[in-house]
Design a protein around this ligand. Structure first.
Ligand code: ADP
Length: 306
């Protein structure tokens, strides 16, 4: 039995230039290739989850403009429920300017626009309207007060809440006990815990993950780029490898990882199985350009062996 998923977060239009190198301040890099893609961490994760087979309701705010309309159209094509994608009459849709170099490294500037105006009462209204949902996934590209209100409301409704703490920012301690899982990458782990983690140093991973458990978290999943992910809970820690691939564009690796993770959890898979599934999906996505365009099909993920 598949559970319904709520994804709360941002929607942006990504304007991507792929070039030999990323510009230093004051520098102009010529000779790039331009692509315009739907993006935003919330939308990317909602689309990844929907394409991989989940029943997704997305809660977000876009502008009352062409980018917002295109985004909603795209969500509907992916069979995402959009009744709680609000249109802001005052603020434009969010935009991200993304540079990608020849090694697949990226550099991103975001103008959040309407994303910065998604209000707590709007999300609470959405959560109350979908009482059958069991899983809630959110990130930090919407106002922190909305994130906190969402987590509190989700906890009241007994939802399993997964927080992808990206982009990295300090968080109040009170939220951790409400979370089923947190999914920081290495940078976000360092910002939240103050500890440096290294994929080859299991002790560093265990220590940082234990910091979250001490705050009341149940499960910690630290993503480690090409090295995969580290899963930690009261049963202990486990490094789950990502399949080796040649990376072309790592823009939405974390987003595909999180979307895939909740899909597997919505199908009642174990956490180890869910993290393995997420590593497979994310590793395929880094071999492709774009954010939502890089999401693999379910068949591609299921047929990839580790
Ligand atoms: P973020 O994109 O949020 O910085 P990571 O870089 O940790 O997060 O990547 C998220 C996941 O994407 C990893 O756990 C891994 O499964 C996959 N991934 C990222 N980069 C690579 C890579 N070069 N090769 C294979 N898998 C990768």
């Amino acid at each position: 039995m598949q559970q319904r998923i709520l994804v709360i977060g941002s929607s942006n239009t990504d304007m991507v230039v792929k070039a030999n190198k990323l510009p230093a301040p004051g520098e102009t890099v010529i000779g790039g290739v331009f692509l315009m893609n739907p993006g935003g961490k919330g939308a990317n994760q909602a689309v990844a989850a929907a394409r991989l087979g989940a029943d997704v309701t997305f809660v977000a705010k876009v502008g009352n403009d062409i980018f917002g309309k295109q985004a909603i159209q795209g969500f509907r094509q992916d069979k995402i429920r959009t009744e709680f994608v609000f249109a802001d009459p005052k603020n434009p849709s969010g935009v991200a300017l993304i540079g990608v170099d020849e090694r697949g490294e990226n550099s991103i500037m975001v103008a959040p626009g309407a994303n910065g105006h998604l209000r707590p009462h709007e999300v609470i209204q959405a959560l109350e309207a979908v009482p059958e949902a069991r899983l809630l996934l959110l990130q930090l590209e919407i106002p922190l007060e909305t994130v906190i209100a969402t987590i509190e409301q989700g906890a009241n409704q007994g939802l399993n809440i997964i927080l992808n703490p990206a982009p990295a920012q300090p968080l109040p301690d009170e939220i951790y006990a409400h979370l089923f899982a947190i999914t920081p990458n290495e940078t976000e782990t360092k910002l939240l815990t103050g500890m440096t983690v290294e994929a080859h140093d299991l002790d560093s991973l265990r220590e940082a993950a234990a910091w979250f458990l001490a705050k009341g978290l149940k499960n910690v999943i630290i993503t480690l780029g090409a090295k995969g992910a580290f899963l930690y809970n009261s049963d202990g820690g486990q490094l789950i490898a990502a399949p080796p691939v040649t990376a072309t564009d790592t823009t939405a690796a974390g987003d595909v990882f999180n979307g895939a993770l909740v899909v597997a959890l919505s199908e009642n898979k174990s956490l180890t199985e869910a993290v393995t599934f997420a590593c497979k999906a994310a590793s395929i996505s880094v071999t492709r350009m774009g954010a939502q365009a890089s999401v693999p099909t379910r068949k591609e993920v299921d047929s990839l062996s580790l």
